[in-house]
Every structure is written in structure tokens, then in C-alpha cells.
Design a binder for this molecule. Sequence first.
Ligand code: PBG
Length: 306
Amino acid sequence: MVQETRLSVDNLIMPLFVCEGTGVKSPVGSMPGVNRFSVDLLVEECRQLEQLGIRSVLLFGIPDVKGDHVGYDDNGIVQRAVRAIKATIGKLFVITDVCNCEYSEHGHCGIVVSGDVDNDLSLELLSKQALSHANAGSDMIAPSDMMDGRIGVIRKVLDTNGFSNIPVMSYAAKYASAFYGPFRDAADCAPQFGDRKTYQMNPANVREALREVELDISEGADVVMVKPALSYLDVIHQVKQNFNVPVAAYNVSGEYSMIKAAAANGWINENSVMMEMLLSIKRAGADMIITYFAAQAAALLTKGER
Ligand code: PBG
């Protein structure tokens, strides 16, 4: 009766990696329990997630052949995955990641010109990618690239092409974090030179996060995200306090793998630590949580554990 915060499966979004081929389910070494799926098995996985009560997934595409144009190919890996999921499990809400790092040779989130990411040149590429996701049937576009001005450009391209009803979930306060390490293995997207510190945020800053969020909302973001979650609960809290839009938090790969590794060693109780972590992210102010633990947590929540 007196419990202030409750987790629900409705709050959870499951990230999924989709790769080329058929019958492929290949484990990600640095993320026990996480796999890359080819489209056919991805659909199977989604069916199981739906049976667990999960209502939303976030797709990351891992193409075989990389290049700056690959992400906006209407027949690209994510585009085909969205069509396949929507055709078989229409009710599942499919969010698609928009970024260039998984698709390009250089592994940076925008376009690289003379050894540096060119913010403004990247906007066109990102908006093309967003449009091709919407054309494929994506329910929500989630740009994770952190280029300045991309929310406005994406909003405009969606609106002018008949997709004014498709919301944009902005990775608004995305920090340059070492907690992304395992993901870069999974998505094969580590930058081939330099780092992401010119476009992702300094972990020391919170006022800057509020400014980033404010800008993205003014450009038309429907949901704003803080990422990572666990070391940034104060940022989640402040964003929630200061703005009247839904807040998402990304419980990132490193946060997942730390718990898996410690549990595998018998040092912590995996399920208890997982639920405590997810609850703390919600308590801080997240309306929705993107987490690789979504299925595992959903299984416990439907059994009545909280
Ligand atoms: C790419 C992207 C990253 C993550 C989501 N989208 C990696 C990065 O920015 O380096 C990280 C997710 C995770 O660690 O779980 N733009």
C-alpha cells in the first residue's frame, strides 16, 4: 500500500540486434543472453517477447556491407526487419534506432569529412534514414547520433511525407560513456579513429543535459532520453522535474554485462539486483526503460514479483 514506485512490463522496451542471413542466432560474447538475430528468427523472438507481455522493441541493424548510404536503403536490414515484424505481430510497437555508426566503415555517428564528423552534412543522411524507417512501418524514430539540429530536420521530413503521426524519441542527453563498451561489440560500431566526445556529452555536466533536452523539445522531440541510466539517475531526475514530456532511460550494455558477470561469479543475486536497478531508474523519473533485461524482468513481473 505504501510503495511509491512500481515497475510494470508496460515501462520496458527490449533492444534487439538484427543481422543478415537466415536461421542466425549468434550470441554476443560480451553480453550473455543477448543475440544477434536474422530477420526470420527476430520475428520468432518478438513473438515470444509479446507473449511475455513486452509491448515495445528497439531495433539496431547490423549490415554485412557497410557504407554511409547503407542506413537509408529501403531494402536495408532494419527496414526488412520492421516490415517482417509488423506483418506478423502487428500489435508490437517497433522503435528504430537512427544513427550512422552501425552502418559506416568509420564507426562514427555522422558523416566524416577530413578526419572529423561533419554535423550539418550528417543531418541529411539521418533524415533520409528516418524517412526510410517510417516508410518501412516503424512506429517511432529514435535518433541516437547526437548531431545538433537533427530532431528538427527529422521532424520536418516526417511531417512533409505524411508521417506527422510518427513520434520521435530523442537521445537528448547521451553521454560519452565507457558503459557502451559491450554494445560496440554487439553492433560492430566502435569508432575506427578518435572518440565520440565531440558529439556526445561530458559525464561531468548536468546543466548541459538540460540545455540539450530543451533544444530537442523545441525542435519537436516527443520523448527525451537520458543515457546511460545508472550513473545518471540525477540527470533523469532533473529532466523529469524540468520538462513535461515523457522521459526514457537507456539501461545500457555495460550496466547489463556488469550484473551478468558478477552473477556468473556468484557474487550477487542476479534477479534481485536487476529488479533493484530497474526500480531505481523508474524512481529517478524514467517513464520508460530500454533494457536488455526486459524479457527477464517481464517474466518476474508477471509472476507478481516487484
Ligand atoms: C550508437 C549507439 C550506441 C548505443 C546505442 N546507440 C553506442 C555508442 O554511442 O557508442 C549504446 C547502447 C548500449 O551500450 O547498450 N549511436
